[in-house]
Write a protein that binds this ligand. Structure first.
Ligand code: 5GP
Ligand code: MN
Length: 339
């Protein structure tokens, strides 16, 4: 049976539902989750969004934000979440397809008795779900939520808060409609959301014009002091110590997007930012053209994502991670110079 028919059958009667998404949710992760939350509630389902970790303040405007449980916030939130997860009948997994991405709540989700439904557009699907809406060509998971609502025959249930959450996901995951994933269909979906009456300019402002002084000064510092350019590999990167993050009062989301400045350099097609976090070095990779950062992150940094945007981590020190990264560049020189 088709995934959509199976889902219709599953949701025919009110269910206990959990929606979850990846660590450090971005606008697509949270937007797709809260859009789906708003939609499923209209059917009288009991729905709870649980995120593994916190997320940036610039996403807090989304409708439903006040009802989200952050799993790792406290012992109590873990206990409450574990109970809700164990009792759930359906668990929607949004914007990730590898349970590693939801640590530390991967085990409760893995062992939950609920039917698991995946909506995702990342490469590297580990096939843990029972029903899948998985499309690596989709611009965003939020686009898949839109498709799901339409395919369920429920276009009339799309309201402004749902549409704004979907818009936020597509807006950010397409780099403001500039990445190659921005198909004609994406523009048609957006036209539809605008027809419903979303305030697109306000969503833009909520997300992109929400800088703190610390964040903007950190960006200035990173560009002035930390940008390393390797023209011979068409590569540019940043390596940021935990002390540097602390000195700018780093908050979740503050470093989001900085890697794109490295990629914006003329003739640069591979960019990275390595950040020293308490438990590991977190890395974001971006590329332009044929060089697959998904494969690079997967092969060398225990990560993955999309061809042109991926993440990973290293358990080495920051200096050793930088050295490893630099040692890899000559191996990829030919591909990088052709990209
Ligand atoms: P970012 O660099 O913004 O954290 O992530 C870029 C893209 O790669 C996003 O779509 C994100 O979900 C994905 N991503 C980030 N880190 C990882 C990772 O460790 N594993 C996988 N599979 N995907 C990741
Ligand atoms: Mn996404």
């Amino acid at each position: 049976m088709q995934a959509i028919s199976r889902l219709k059958e599953l949701l025919r009667t009110p269910k206990k539902i959990v929606i979850t998404t990846h660590q450090k949710p971005d606008a697509d992760a949270l937007g797709s989750s809260l859009a789906l939350w708003g939609y499923l509630k209209k059917y009288g389902h009991q729905v709870q969004v649980i995120t593994p970790t916190d997320y940036p303040d610039f996403l807090a405007w989304m409708n439903g934000n006040d009802h989200v449980i952050q799993y790792d916030q406290s012992q109590k939130s873990m206990e409450i979440s574990n109970k809700i997860i164990a009792e759930a009948e359906v668990i929607f997994c949004l914007d990730f397809s590898d349970l590693k991405r939801i640590e530390p709540m991967d085990k409760p989700i893995r062992y939950a008795k609920a039917t698991k439904v995946l909506l995702d557009h990342h490469q590297g699907n580990t096939k843990f779900a029972d029903i899948e809406f998985w499309d690596v060509k989709a611009s965003a998971t939020a686009e898949l939520v839109y498709d799901l609502i339409i395919d369920m025959g429920d276009k009339h249930l799309l309201d402004i808060p749902i549409a704004e959450a979907i818009y936020a996901g597509v807006l950010t995951d397409t780099g403001s409609f500039k990445f190659p994933s921005t198909s004609p269909k994406v523009h048609m979906v957006i036209a539809d959301l605008m027809t419903i009456g979303i305030k697109a300019a306000q969503v833009h402002r909520n997300i992109y014009d929400n800088n703190s002084v610390d964040r903007l000064k950190f960006l200035g510092f990173a560009l002035q002091e930390k940008l390393i350019v390797k023209p011979e590999y068409k590569t540019a990167y940043f390596a940021i110590t935990s002390q540097e993050l602390r000195s700018f009062n780093h908050k979740t989301g503050d470093t989001e997007g900085i890697v794109n400045y490295a990629l914006s350099l003329k003739d640069i097609c591979f960019a990275a930012i390595m950040m020293e976090k308490p438990d590991c070095i977190r890395i974001s990779f971006r590329s332009f053209g044929n060089f697959s950062v998904n494969e690079f992150a997967n092969k060398h940094f225990n990560g993955g994502g999309h061809r042109n945007a991926a993440g990973g981590k290293s358990m080495l020190s920051l200096a050793e991670t930088v050295a490893q990264f630099e040692r890899l560049l000559p191996i990829y020189q030919n591909i990088l110079l052709e990209a």
